[in-house]
Design a protein around this ligand. Sequence first.
Ligand code: NAX
Ligand code: K
Length: 503
Amino acid sequence: MSEARLLTVEAMRTVDATAIAGGTPGLRLMERAGGAVAERARALAPAGGRVLVLCGPGNNGGDGFVAARLLAETGYAVDLVLLGERPALKGDAAGAAAAWTGPVTEGPPESLPPCDLVIDALFGAGLARDLDGEARALVERVNASGLPVLAVDVPSGLDGDTGTVRGVAVRARETVTFVALKPGHLLQPGRALCGDLHVVDIGTGAQALSAGLAACGPALYRNGPAFWGAAFPRLAGESHKYTRGHALVLSGPAYRTGAARMAARGALRVGAGLVTVASPKDALAENAAHLTAIMLHACDSADDLDDILTDERLNAVLLGPGLGTGEPTRERVMVAASAGRALVLDADALTSFRGQPEVLAGHIRDGEARAVLTPHAGEFARLFGGTPAAEDGLTKLEQARRAAALTGAVVVLKGADTVIADPDGRIAINDHATPYLGTAGAGDVLAGLIAGLLAQGMAPFEAAAAAVWLHGDAGLRHGPGLIAEDIPELMPRVLAGLPSRLR
Ligand SMILES: NC(=O)C1=CN([C@@H]2O[C@H](COP(=O)(O)OP(=O)(O)OC[C@H]3O[C@@H](n4cnc5c(N)ncnc54)[C@H](O)[C@@H]3O)[C@@H](O)[C@H]2O)[C@@H](O)CC1
Ligand SMILES: [K+]
């Protein structure tokens, strides 16, 4: 699982410091870092081509000096620009600069020399403020040039913890980072600015990594099978439909039933043994006309839901898609939360508690429900107040973590960089997705996938993360023209594509 773990910028400093304290010289780490950058540069620029290396005043710039030297030694023409003055370089960066025998242009040039590749070694983990003055002008020039850029550690100007831009940031073709990804590589707009991501080992060792992971506090993960695979449901020879779980999805009234059916289809396709749609009587015929493998049950009130839930085999309940907002939905949420089943609350089930997250939290905590909430940014703001855009100074990760801690539920804060937060503080960030998933009903299917995995016994945090990844995988496989109905139908291919140990 550790290959899925992320390191905060501060925790990465702990890794470096622990390795150095353990006897690995910092300059050796820098040689390895610069060596990895040079190797990627050789893959991106033609042999014997021209490379422009932009070095900043700290150790990120030191990596740039190492890469410049190694590229020159292997036949590349290298131009090196230093943002600052050479005598001002300190420590390992001064050491790396001393080994570079080529010319150094101090301060940014009026225009960029022609080249096949730009290496951005201006700022990395030490970015301390918004870019301004010469640094800002240089980054703007690089972006305007349209030249391919290889970023060292992070594209300069990008905050490694939050994925936000400090004034301006480099747009890279590829980013080489060290030891582990940082949250800012995965959170938007950071993810888009990094281009392809390469993580390289620079010889810091297992003990330093453990120290860094411990310094992170609650674990941070890149979402993917490496994180949740061990918890993914597997079929045994004696499995049958009742051992594969039974999900219940509440339908909206007549003419608002499609969302629940798409969710139900998702739950079935992801492997729940049985799925039942609980439908108002006035919508039974409409639902029946479209359902085959999925069962139907009449449900007109919270009392009806209570009756249905006397069937102990129903082990996961999904409410929200198409349900409508207001008191009837609130009552159903209360009944479902107190039924001791796994619970997914989406869309109208969340908006029905607008501005009252503590009331919803009370239902979840009183019922000891294993709950997953799946708000997009707008629903999140309606339920919890504030916005994930950090108006109150909180980052997206902090917002999601706080909402999970408040409600005692796993919170899936959906978007281009969906964040999944567990009440215990753990976080997974998903970058396995495509904008083609931004289509009507895709969120309903996601809620259904989560319910289907919960029904099969997965714990809420892993179930939510796995569903988000499978949903993303379906979108990536399909591409243009995707509609929500396609997502459940893509599940057989998505599941077949998982590592064989998971099937
Ligand atoms: N020993 C280590 O710690 C290692 C560090 N490595 C590299 O070192 C980097 C971190 O090095 P540093 O901590 O020196 O930090 P950086 O090199 O990222 O930047 C620090 C320097 O930039 C200046 N600065 C920060 N924000 C600025 C802004 N907005 N405008 C203008 N100047 C600004 C600071 O005053 C300081 O001089 C990593 O990203 C990685 O590339 C690697 O060489 C591996 C080993
Ligand atoms: K950089």
